[in-house]
Design a protein around this ligand. Structure first.
Ligand code: C2E
Ligand code: CA
Ligand code: CA
Length: 745
């Protein structure tokens, strides 16, 4: 008998009120009592005894039922106790009547707190859900809705799923609800939804492959990027998409890293459906199950063509010279470092060449910057053609180039290349219809002998380049330690010269000049002297070349001119006879753009008559930039200043220029005078100079005359003036003034 049948039986048999009533009347309808025939009337005693029998049996049945009931209740309470789900029974009003330990865990209430609590308090609006259910049929109903949630005692809400029913329980229908917390499931579902969204919505291509490496899924971006429809690549191996650009080593490394670390990422060249090779940034991950066994591989990639292009452009800008396309300074330094490392590793040598074009500024100034740029491009191409592909040609600035010769065996290799470069540049360049000749001075420093790092090599190659310039340009020089010593000396010299200017260590000497016919003093040459506090007098032949390397010569030259003019005026003020003063002018001074203004100013301030001033310019200085010089000389001449060419015969004057220079005097260099008595050549040169000068209506003065013999020969040759130890050494002011005082008016 099941529980329901049992309850039904019991209610029929124990209609105790009815039995009591009929018994009192003495008539009991036979239909109600078993064992008595229907429709027949019996005696009360019979009925009672029959009832007693039945009652006894019923009691027995009841006892059995009670035991059964007790057993089933125990069963139910055990089920409730051990159920993983939360189970409540509650009344029509929602009052909880039965609960279980799982409910306490889920909602955070103790059992006694739950009993009597309205279910709406822990499952908000639960009662509103109930009418939706057809409960006449006594069915269970499962609901899973985002809107249904339980509230923990602490106030936290969590999603639930429940089954609701109306079973008979303890002889009456009750509300029974079984609740499950679905937080985890919801989260998993949410994750899945999110994943799907990412997978399909991603602009990065995503491919999933199984453990054998066969593609099992790919997203829409994959098709967009590669051009392959999903169906076309399912079952294929992703490697088939990688370009042949990558070798076996690449594939091995990819697999090895992926297996070892579970991930790999890097730049990969791949092939589009249309065959185009393009770069992607690829990340591959292995997906593992709970036992840490790889089940899938996921590849995510993006097309980096555009990024690479702009990267390359930036790289080009950052590392290359925009005019010539050669490496720039940044790239040069990087390559030199690299070259040194390789040479160190392989026990080889690296040569660093420093090149500076000769007289490039002149071309730039006369032909314009555009032509200058074209010339630089042409030079860059010739340099590149003169070296191997592994070597680096760079342009550092202006007309400065460098060449790194990697892994050379001996310095001679560098000498060979340097010669090749000089030859390559010797071929003239046609610029705007004009034939231009360009040359370069090259300095070479070798790793490791001339420097172990970038800084030393650069410094020494630069020093060697300056040396090449000093050696007359259009040549190459290897660095030597002697050069270093020279640079060191020069640096010290510059500091000392500045100090000398500040401390008034300069003075002037005056050397008289004589007319050869009358033997009368007609002028003087102003000669600079430096009285060093420790070293004593230092010859201008030693320090003037140093001063010419910096702007110091300008300041010094100005001081000489001003002082000489002032002294001459002071002597005249003392009543001494005015004589011509010759002042040496350096090449740097002549190039000074405001030279004319400066001289005008000095003449104005000192009030020296310009015709008393003569400027001595060396032959080399005049020819260095002949066209521009003519201009300046003309202006000086217009001012009334006399001009003379110093050291004449040592340079390479062109006669045509000589005619165009507004010159008054040629000064025969003392080297010819020195041996004029013994050396026929020198004698002939002196004769030629004098004849030529007179032809051009110029005066001639011979310097360095030390003997009577020299004087006699010069007299014979009709030289106009002389200067030298034979008459007088350069004198200090006081001594010179004595000479001047003797001069007859
Ligand atoms: P320089 O212009 O050719 O000057 C003549 C040099 O020959 C002077 O040397 C002078 O002392 C020297 N000398 C004169 N007579 C004789 C002689 O009979 N025998 C010999 N052996 N030498 C004689 P100093 O004064 O040492 O000057 C050397 C050079 O320094 C000058 O050569 C000139 O180029 C330069 N210099 C001197 N003073 C100045 C200056 O104020 N400015 C510039 N820019 N250069 C100067
Ligand atoms: Ca001179
Ligand atoms: Ca001279």
């Amino acid at each position: 008998m099941n529980k329901e049948e049992l309850e039904k039986n019991l209610s029929q048999k124990l209609d105790s009120e009815d039995i009591e009533h009929k018994s009192k009347a003495g008539i009991v309808p036979a239909t109600k009592i078993e064992g008595l025939k229907q429709g027949q009337s019996y005696k009360k005693a019979d009925v009672i005894s029959q009832l007693q029998i039945e009652l006894c049996e019923t009691n027995k049945g009841l006892l059995g039922l009670a035991v059964e009931l007790e057993q089933s209740e125990e069963k139910y309470s055990s089920i409730l106790k051990n159920a993983a789900e939360t189970i409540f029974t509650f009344t029509d009003e929602g009052i909880i009547e039965t609960t279980n330990p799982a409910a306490s865990v889920l909602f955070g209430y103790e059992e006694r707190e739950l009993l009597g609590l309205n279910i709406n308090a822990i499952i908000p609006k639960f009662n509103q859900l109930v009418p939706e259910l057809d409960l006449e049929e006594n069915i269970s109903h499962s609901m899973d809705d985002a809107a249904i949630y339980g509230i923990h005692k602490k106030g936290d809400a969590f999603p639930i799923e429940f089954t609701l029913g109306r079973p008979f329980f303890a002889s009456k229908r009750q509300w029974l609800v079984i609740i499950r917390d679905i937080t985890e499931r919801k989260r998993a579902e949410e994750d899945l939804r999110l994943m799907a969204k990412i997978f399909h919505g991603s602009t990065d291509a995503i491919v999933i492959a199984d453990i054998r490496g066969r593609i099992i899924d790919a997203n829409e971006a994959f098709t967009t990027i590669t051009g392959y429809e999903k169906d076309m690549i399912l079952g294929k191996h992703p490697i088939s998409l990688i370009s042949e650009k990558h070798n076996d080593h690449f594939h091995f490394e990819l697999r090895y890293t992926l297996l070892k670390t579970g991930a790999w990422c890097g730049e990969v060249w791949t092939k589009r459906k249309d065959g185009e090779i393009y770069p992607i940034w690829l990340s591959i991950y292995s997906v593992k199950d709970e036992n840490n066994v790889t089940t899938h591989f996921v590849g995510i990639f993006s097309d980096i063509t555009a990024r690479k292009e702009s990267e390359n452009k930036l790289k080009q800008l950052a590392h290359y010279d925009s005019l010539t396309g050669l490496a720039n300074r940044t790239q040069f330094i990087e390559r030199l470092k690299w070259s040194i490392d390789i040479a160190k590793r392989d026990g080889k040598k690296t040569a660093l060449m420093f090149l500076d074009l000769d007289r490039f500024k002149l071309i730039n100034d006369t032909l314009g910057h555009q032509a200058g740029d074209l010339l630089l491009i042409e030079v860059a191409q010739r340099l590149t053609k003169s070296v191997r592909e592994v070597d680096t040609v760079s342009r550092l600035a202006g007309d400065e180039f460098t060449i790194i010769l990697n892994s050379i065996k001996s310095p001679e290799d560098a000498g060979f290349v340097a010669k090749k470069i000089l030859d390559a540049l010797a071929v003239s360049v046609l610029l705007e219809g004009r034939e231009i000749f360009i040359s370069t001075s090259i300095g070479i420093a070798i790793y490791p002998s001339d420097g172990l790092d970038v800084n030393h090599l650069v410094k020494n190659a630069d020093t060697a380049m300056y040396h090449a310039k000093e050696r007359g340009r259009n040549n190459f020089q290897f660095f030597s330690n002697k050069m270093n010593q020279k640079v060191q000396n020069e640096l010290e010299m510059e500091t000392n010269l500045r100090q000398a200017l500040k401390n008034n260590e300069f003075t002037l000497n005056y050397q008289p000049q004589f007319d050869l016919n009358s033997q009368q003093m007609i002028g003087l040459e102003v000669l600079l002297r430096w009285k060093h506090p420790i070293l004593g007098f230092i010859s201008p032949a030693l320090f003037i070349p140093h001063a010419e390397k910096s702007d110091l010569i300008i300041t010094i030259g100005e001081w000489v001119l001003r002082t000489a003019c002032e002294r001459s005026m002071a002597w005249q003020a003392e009543g001494l006879k005015p004589v011509r003063i010759s002042v040496n002018l350096s090449g740097m001074q002549l190039k000074q753009h405001n030279l004319i203004d400066k001289i005008t100013q000095i003449l104005c301030e000192t009030k020296l008559p310009p015709e008393l001033l003569e400027l001595e310019l060396t032959e080399g200085v005049l020819m260095d930039n002949a066209e521009m010089t003519i201009n300046t000389l003309n202006k000086l001449k217009e001012m009334g200043i006399r001009l003379s060419i110093d050291d004449f015969g040592t340079g390479y004057s062109s006669l045509s220029y000589l005619k165009r220079f507004p010159i008054d005097t040629l000064k025969i260099d003392q080297s010819f005078v020195k041996d004029i008595v013994t050396d026929n050549d020198d004698n002939a040169i002196a004769s030629t100079i004098i004849a030529m000068a007179h032809n051009l209506r110029l005066k001639v003065i011979a310097e360095g005359v030390e003997t009577k013999e020299q004087l006699d020969i010069l007299y014979e040759k009709k030289c106009d003036e002389v200067q030298g130890y034979y008459f007088s050494r350069p004198l200090i002011e006081a001594d010179f003034c004595k000479l001047l005082a003797n001069l007859k008016n």
